[in-house]
Design a protein around this ligand. Structure first.
Ligand SMILES: Cc1cc2nc3c(=O)[nH]c(=O)nc-3n(C[C@H](O)[C@H](O)[C@H](O)COP(=O)(O)O)c2cc1C
Length: 322
């Protein structure tokens, strides 16, 4: 499936593995890129030295394009950008922040800019700022999520920007990819789905915990701090919501959240770790390899697109009309 996204990124399939702090490390990133999608390393909590080491690890595992995701407010951002430019990384992804500095440093080095936005206003601004493509993330998404559903936000943004749009939030199969293409997107990004793959380096008990969760098992925290995060319901989520309920100072809530991704995805703490996950969790029931998953999503999407033609009257003079 060729789209402007696959052509700009030099990948075979319009499927992106979302940047995920404490999850998207070299084994996952390389497996996705090697299978024809785009793997994204999450620099989230890393030092520039750690980012450099992981980029080199990925290059040992695959010669295919991959990306790096970072937080624009990372205090060592300049050094991380130095590493990304020096290592000639294909694409950078990042959330809301001051894109000017990032774009100035990376675009001049030929690096594709793919910011993630959760609203129409921010997506239009990203295009004005010079983004090459924009990832649009709906409220169903795991981790930092917006207020608007993917099915509304994606076609809305497609109607207001001319750069390619990547749909994120709620995708796990080929019907989802077909739907995103129908909305005018040119690729999908999947986060939660890629956590539950063979190559994803999170503890096995965490994968099993995710496999047993249903679509109603996620909650959104961050109503007081404004840092919305969709996570699986557990003791930590309850503690967050209790603090928010009694309007605790944002500082106290932020402190409770400190180091919780690490606790979940490195230490495997199901109760007190922050198990970020999207509502799509209710549709995920296996642990495939990344290659099996990507090939399955593509063939399902092709089958879905072909089968949908039965609902449309045959174009005049087409084989189907005869
Ligand atoms: C465990 C986890 C960690 C995440 N960490 C980040 C991050 O570091 N940076 C970021 O931009 N988005 C992050 N996200 C959001 C994802 O990049 C992506 O947009 C989202 O997972 C897509 O929705 P889905 O989970 O329904 O597929 C994270 C999501 C999850 C589930």
């Amino acid at each position: 499936m060729k789209t402007r996204v696959t052509e700009l990124l030099g990948i075979r399939h319009p499927i992106i593995q979302a940047g995920m702090a404490w999850v998207s490390f070299p084994p996952l990133v390389a497996a996705v890129s090697d299978a024809g999608g785009l793997g994204i390393l999450s620099a989230g909590p890393m030092t520039p030295e750690e980012v450099e080491a992981d980029i080199r690890k990925i290059k040992q595992l695959t010669n295919k394009p991959f990306g790096v995701n970072f937080f624009p407010d990372n205090p060592r951002l300049e050094e991380i950008l130095d590493v990304i430019v020096a290592e000639k990384v294909k694409v950078v992804s990042y959330g809301i922040g001051n894109p000017g500095r990032i774009m100035a440093r990376t675009r001049s080095a030929g690096i594709v800019n793919m910011p993630t936005m959760g609203s129409l206003r921010h997506a239009v601004k990203a295009e004005q700022d010079g983004a090459d493509m924009v990832m649009v993330q709906g409220t169903e998404a795991g981790g930092h999520c917006s207020h608007v559903a993917t099915s509304v936000l994606v076609p809305l943004v497609v109607d207001h920007v001319s750069i390619p749009v990547i749909a994120a939030g709620g995708f796990c199969d080929g019907r989802g990819l077909a739907a995103a293409l129908a909305w005018g997107a040119e690729a999908i990004s999947m986060g939660t789905r890629f956590i539950i793959t063979k190559e994803c380096p999170v503890p096995e008990n965490v994968k099993q915990y995710y496999l047993t969760a249903c679509e109603e098992d996620t909650v959104v925290t961050g109503h007081v701090t404004g840092v919305r995060c969709r996570v699986l319901h557990n003791k930590l989520a309850d503690a967050f919501l209790a603090l928010e309920e009694k309007k605790a100072p944002p500082r106290a809530i932020m402190e409770l959240g400190y180091g919780r991704f690490r606790r979940a995805f490195h230490e495997g703490d199901e109760a007190w770790g922050s198990l970020a996950a999207g509502q799509v969790i209710g549709r995920i029931r296996d642990v495939p390899t990344c290659r099996e998953l990507i090939e399955r999503v593509v063939s399902e999407a092709e089958a879905t697109i072909n089968s949908l033609s039965r609902y449309a009257p045959a174009p005049v003079g087409s084989q189907r009309q005869r």
